[in-house]
Design a protein around this ligand. Structure first.
Ligand code: NAP
Length: 257
């Protein structure tokens, strides 16, 4: 049923990574409010259980599945749990990510590895775990969506963010190329590149200068986006008619250059 281009998300089965906080949490809540069944993936099981209970209290359906996207076995087990509870999935949102800012000459190979493994390889592990479901849904005539949350950092150079920016550039290009593989088989691929958004993301930065610089950006660009603003976009792109694919969405706070 279509009303002004809106096609209901009711009856769809979604997986949202990074659902313990920020954009992932907001997206999971909104998709559930629109009637989708939503599997909540992240590492903090307590946060996921709490969110699943809130969604259920609001009349929605959600499943908490503790998954570490850097661990292939954890992703495999999580995907099996999702299918066991909900059956095959037709909407996947990759929102899990980490942003550990430091100049390259700080030599923080621990942070580089964690960002690459979470933001790039983690996204690939999730795609690998659910690609069969998405392709089967599309082959069966149902809408199928893969939404990757990249960043404006894929294009804009910020000192201290070389590796983070490289991971997000990889996600943007992965989305673009994947679209040429999946699009002809009716799976939509959408890459979202948000600008400054008020979430927990920056709280893991351990370099005081760069943490201070980020606080300064939030003061200068006020209001920043909220996680709900990004969730709203995910709901928008996934509720278009099946032949409409917003392939790349850059969303910035109005005051961000
Ligand atoms: N905030 C911004 O300004 C901004 C701008 C552009 C793009 N982004 C991107 O937006 C996405 C969402 O970030 P956010 O801003 O909403 O920040 P956030 O609140 O920190 O959310 C990140 C989520 O990723 C999960 N996560 C981290 N490592 C994980 C792992 N190994 N396995 C599974 N889940 C993991 C975290 O949960 P657990 O810790 O429980 O695992 C958390 O729920 C990220 O990809 C980020 O790069 C953010």
């Amino acid at each position: 049923m279509s009303t002004n281009g809106f096609e209901s998300l009711s009856g769809r089965t979604a997986v949202v990574t990074g659902a313990a906080s920020g954009m992932g949490e907001a997206t999971a809540r909104l998709l559930a409010a629109h009637g989708a069944r939503v599997a909540l993936l992240a590492r903090r099981a307590d946060r996921l259980t709490e969110l699943a209970a809130k969604i259920a209290a609001d009349g929605g359906q959600a499943l908490a599945v503790a998954v570490d996207v850097t661990d292939a076995e954890s992703v495999r087990a999580g995907a099996a749990r999702v299918r066991e509870a909900f059956g095959p999935v037709d909407l996947v949102v990759n929102a899990a990510g980490v942003m550990l800012a430091n100049p390259v000459d700080a030599g923080r190979t621990d942070e580089w590895t964690r960002m690459l493994d979470t933001n790039v390889a983690g996204v690939l592990r999730i795609i690998d775990a659910f690609r069969g479901d998405l392709l089967a849904a599309a082959a069966g005539g149902r809408r199928a969506d893969l939404v990757n949350v990249s960043s404006i950092g894929a294009h804009v150079a910020f000192p201290g963010y070389a590796v983070y920016g490289a991971t997000k550039a990889a996600v943007t290009q992965l989305s673009a190329v994947l679209r040429t593989e999946f699009g002809p088989r009716d799976v939509r691929v959408t890459n979202i590149e948000p600008g400054l958004t008020g979430t927990e993301l920056g709280t893991h930065i351990d370099n005081p200068d760069l943490a201070g610089q980020l606080d300064g950006m939030f003061q200068a660009i006020d209001p920043a986006l909220s996680a709900d603003d990004v969730a709203d976009l995910v709901a928008y792109v996934t509720s278009r008619p099946a032949h409409v694919n917003l392939r790349q969405v850059v969303v910035l706070p109005t005051r961000q250059a």
